[in-house]
Design a protein around this ligand. Structure first.
Ligand code: HEM
Length: 138
């Protein structure tokens, strides 16, 4: 036997062992035979239904709004939005009655015309109304 070849054999052996150890292994299939799923699980809306985002507006039906029909418990609808103007009527520059008669009602036209006066409320009056918004009409 040619002993000069021994280091070469050892070298070849070490390269082969190194290759076997470092060779990337194929993904192991699960026992039931189905391939591993690459799809991410569907995102369910369960949490969102139970805890709606804070910015979701509250919805009111006209029926519910109609139960808030006194000056101390006064909801009003203007342009599809719902406002709680409870206890504001006594401060209203246009008089208590003009507001009181619209508690629990849809009042878009009357708000926009100041009850048929043909004038529109000022920007500050609209800002004041905006600050009393509680939701939207269903
Ligand atoms: C549909 C219901 C309403 C009617 C019919 C009505 C009518 C009137 C009238 C007749 C005036 C006096 C205008 C004048 O002679 O100078 C007035 C003024 C005023 N109203 Fe109303 N109003 C209503 C709702 C509201 C609401 C909900 C707010 C606020 C939350 C509001 C805020 C004001 C303010 C601040 C003024 C003073 C003038 C101005 O800044 O435009 N009103 N309103």
């Amino acid at each position: 036997m040619n002993f000069k070849l021994v280091p070469i054999f050892i070298l070849i052996f070490l390269i082969a062992v190194g290759y076997i150890i470092t060779k990337p292994k194929p993904a192991k299939a699960p026992e039931n035979g189905t391939p591993p799923s690459t799809q991410t699980p569907p995102i369910t809306n369960k949490e969102n239904k139970e805890n709606p985002p804070a910015n979701t507006p509250k919805m009111f039906s006209l029926e519910e709004i109609s139960t808030h029909n006194t000056v101390s418990n006064c909801y009003m609808v203007v342009s599809g939005l719902v406002y709680d103007i409870s206890n504001y009527s006594t401060d209203h520059p246009g008089g208590e009655l003009s507001i009181a008669s619209f508690c629990g009602k849809e009042a878009t036209q009357d708000f926009n015309t100041m009850g048929g006066k043909g004038k529109s409320h000022s920007l500050s009056a609209k800002d004041l109304l905006e600050s009393k918004k509680i939701g939207v009409l269903k």
